[in-house]
Design a protein around this ligand. Structure first.
Ligand SMILES: *Cc1c(COP(=O)(O)O)cnc(C)c1O
Length: 429
């Protein structure tokens, strides 16, 4: 019996000619639940979290899972039980945290466009902190909190103006970006916030981008943020917590890609800098998303048709851009592997879905030996897939299964057309 883990995916392995997640044969899951089907490994999520927990051993730290990466209730429940707080970006996400049994006192609220209603809702539940992204938002939050009869705990998201060297759509820490407050305006804004009766300054935060594969932008951003902490505290405004955001990348396995640093190794470097600058005993917060769930998930899909062409061969599968939007949105790469490898000679295919868009592709120029009816696994599909999925083409969203050892739990039923039409109404007459 061979048992070969896939590189970068320690909980996905080939055993006896069949691909498994932990102890569960993926072909069995496809047969039971149909495809497209997201499959997550509980152990992979907890291992990814453990790397951060090791990194912060002996420190005062709160890990707030950035739940937009994957906001399925059972996933949130897993992280809540493991002690995580949550970084939310909408009132809807707060409701998900509550439904999953998460602690609102460990919730931080990010995002450039919080509405008054969302602010009130978050104040009602006593969240830990609002990460404020503009001067205008600060004033509105002050007004809402005073009317609410409470004080909103705030952190200002500063834009350290460092280049995270990632895809422009997922780079957030540069000057031309909509996120955060410019470094040279932050001190004045802190002084302003400290004078507002509806606010209580508790922290500072930054988030420089996503799928970052290099430690240096983090180290640069930390220096810039600590320079500001020096200045804000010199102005008599104490900063209780420092939040370094999320953004650590994962291995997607594209040819020539850089491997990101491990979370514990990265934090060793960052903590050394914090210690050297005298901030090692502050309450530290982080907001990782992708790195906690990305490589814990894959998407099973069935090959529907092979369509050979003069310029391209197409492998048409039943998963599409509405299930796996990252290739269409960011030209992102996902590894695609057969569940049961065939001995036949492979051909080169573009793997595409049924959606009526040329942008509906999952992988380009992939060498595959496949036949209609075979199943493929699209790897690294735990983050920014289901949570970004849509009903385009009136396609129901996929089902989701969480594997725990030998057990497989259905955590989201496949969405049918009826569910999609709920809430719609026909014209009268
Ligand atoms: C999206 C986001 C994160 C998480 O980013 P990842 O790349 O998934 O780790 C953290 N903080 C904020 C403010 C975000 O918008």
């Amino acid at each position: 019996m061979t048992n070969t883990p896939l590189p970068g995916h320690p909980h996905v392995h080939q055993r006896d000619g069949a691909l498994h997640t932990e102890g569960v044969r993926l072909a069995d899951l496809a047969a039971t639940h149909g495809t497209p089907l997201f499959v997550y490994s509980k152990a992979a999520m907890l291992d990814a979290l453990a790397a951060y927990q090791r990194g912060f051993a002996g420190r005062r730290a709160q890990i707030c899972y950035a739940m937009k990466a994957n906001s399925t209730l059972a996933v949130l429940q897993l992280f809540a039980r493991a002690g995580c707080g949550f970084d939310i970006v909408s009132g809807g996400e707060l409701q998900r945290v509550l439904a999953a049994g998460g602690d609102p006192a460990k919730v931080i609220f990010s995002g450039v466009g919080k509405t008054r209603a969302e602010m009130r809702q978050a104040l009602d539940h006593g969240i830990a902190c609002f990460n404020v992204e503009s001067a205008a938002e600060l004033d509105v939050l002050d007004e809402v909190a005073r009317a609410h009869g409470s004080r909103a705990r705030v952190s200002i998201r500063v834009n350290p103006d460092v280049d995270a060297k990632t895809h422009p759509y997922i780079s957030t820490g540069l000057k031309g970006n909509k996120f955060g407050v410019a470094h040279d305006e932050a001190l004045a804004l802190y002084r302003h916030a400290a004078r507002l009766a509806g606010l209580q300054v508790v922290g500072i935060d930054c988030h420089i981008g996503s799928q970052i594969t290099d430690a240096s932008p983090y180290l640069d951003a930390m220096d810039r943020v600590l320079d500001l902490v020096d200045a804000v505290e010199a102005a008599g405004i104490p900063i209780a917590h420092i939040d370094f955001g999320g953004g650590l990348g994962i291995v997607y396995g594209a040819p020539g890609d850089d491997a990101p640093p491990a979370a514990d190794g990265l934090w060793q470097q960052l903590l050394a800098k914090l210690d050297a600058r005298g901030y090692g005993d502050r309450l530290l917060m982080i907001e990782p998303g992708r790195s906690l769930v990305g490589n814990a998930g894959l998407c099973l899909t069935e090959v529907l048709y092979l369509k050979p062409g003069t310029q391209k061969n197409f492998c048409i599968v039943d998963a599409a851009m509405n299930d796996l939007p990252r290739p269409a949105m960011y030209q992102a790469f996902h590894q695609i592997v057969p569940l049961a490898p065939r001995a036949d000679a492979p051909a080169v295919y573009d793997v595409v879905g049924p959606v009526c868009e040329s942008g509906d592709w999952l992988g380009r120029d992939r060498k595959l030996a496949v036949q209609p009816g075979d199943h493929l696994a699209v790897l690294s599909a735990g983050a920014y897939c289901m949570s970004m999925s849509s009903n385009y083409n009136t396609r129901g969203r996929a089902a989701e299964v969480l594997v725990d050892g030998q057990a497989a739990h259905l955590i989201r039923a496949r969405e049918d057309a009826q569910a999609q039409m709920r809430g719609e109404s026909l014209l009268p007459g």
